[in-house]
Design a binder for this molecule. Structure first.
Ligand code: ASP
Ligand code: MG
Length: 327
């Protein structure tokens, strides 16, 4: 489906969406500046923390024949997948570097992270959710031989250290934003997806954030073939982290590494196996080591900490679904 270009000026004013830089008033510019400067500090802290945890930082990949299928994904809202020919080969813009993470931890480095720009062309209907963008960056990391519990613990320690750091380092800028830092204790509570479905029904993803005061983990989410599913119980050893009033911040899990399981899950998901030939070949040769990892949405993280209403408010150059600004 194609969408018409929106009349941007009318749309943003009426709907209170993040404006492009040149449309901000002086006061709005001050606030945008404070948000991106706190964002810069958050990024620096997170990168330092990951290195201290033994992760090396790799630079991001933007184009490859292989990217995340983002399917099946209960949170999917992609209206178009970008693929085009370069040098006679079809490449895709990165939905996520998940396959690079699986192959990279198997063949190159036990632990690495990437601040990875991802393009996900969300439907324009998602412009006002406050948490969707068509370009965002995730702190994407993977660890060979780790469990999903270890990955959750890394994230909990990162978030609690980060809040403490920002509280002391960014007091002045916070005054400008009239914000207050999120409060929570770690470890976070863990909910089973099945229990949430029972309590809130199919739309638990929208309901849950209204009923929590602190971040919570949700485990056992049936989704893309690369997350580990127990063949006997059919439980998935993966997770999302949900924030009060906001929703998903993190997605991650333990990964599949066995050829037969990957093939059968790709088949039942209706994903084209030929797009994952390299990964499947490596798995068949038993060269894929089991890993676990996660991706933290950086704009969502910065928006939560700074109290921004929309994730685009913490981007210098907002990328709102359906709205293509000049910069
Ligand atoms: N591939 C996931 C995503 O981009 C993140 C992860 O599981 O590491 O949503
Ligand atoms: Mg996700």
């Amino acid at each position: 489906m194609e969408y018409e270009t929106q009349k941007i000026d009318e749309g943003i004013e009426k709907r209170g969406l993040p404006k492009p830089l040149h449309k901000l008033s002086a006061e709005e510019t001050e606030r945008r500046r404070a948000s991106v400067m706190i964002g810069s500090d958050i990024l620096a802290y997170a990168e330092r923390f990951m290195r201290e945890e033994g992760f090396s930082q790799l630079l991001p990949v933007l184009l490859s024949p292989i990217t995340d299928p983002l399917w099946p994904d209960p949170a999917a809202g992609i209206y178009k997948r970008l693929e085009f020919d370069i040098y006679g080969t079809t490449v895709r813009t990165m939905h996520s570097m998940i396959v690079h993470k699986l192959v990279g931890t198997s063949l190159l480095l036990d632990r690495f992270f990437v601040v990875s720009p991802n393009i996900r062309l969300e439907k324009p209907e998602r412009a006002s959710t406050g948490r969707h963008l068509f370009e965002f960056s995730q702190l994407d990391f993977e660890a060979s031989g780790a469990s999903s519990g270890e990955i959750r613990s890394i994230i909990e320690r990162l978030l609690s250290g980060l809040i403490e750091h920002i509280g002391t380092a960014e007091g002045k800028r916070f005054e400008l934003l009239k914000g207050s830092l999120p409060k929570f204790k770690i470890p976070f509570k863990v909910y089973m997806r099945e229990d949430l479905e029972r309590e809130y029904g199919e739309s638990w993803e929208d309901e849950l954030p209204k009923h929590i005061e602190e971040p919570v983990w949700i485990v056992d989410l049936p989704r893309e073939f690369y997350d580990y599913e127990d063949p006997k119980t059919h439980r998935w050893d993966n997770f999302d982290l949900y924030l009060p009033g906001r929703g998903e911040l993190v997605t991650g899990g333990l990964r599949e590494f066995e050829y037969e399981k990957m093939v059968s899950k790709i088949g039942s998901a209706g994903v084209k196996a030929e797009l994952y030939t390299l990964l499947l070949e490596l798995a068949k040769e038993r060269k894929i080591k089991q890993s676990a990892g996660a991706g933290i949405g950086m704009e969502r993280l910065i928006a939560w900490i700074t109290g921004a209403k929309h994730v685009g408010d913490v981007q210098a150059f907002p990328k709102i679904p359906g709205m293509v600004y000049e910069l």
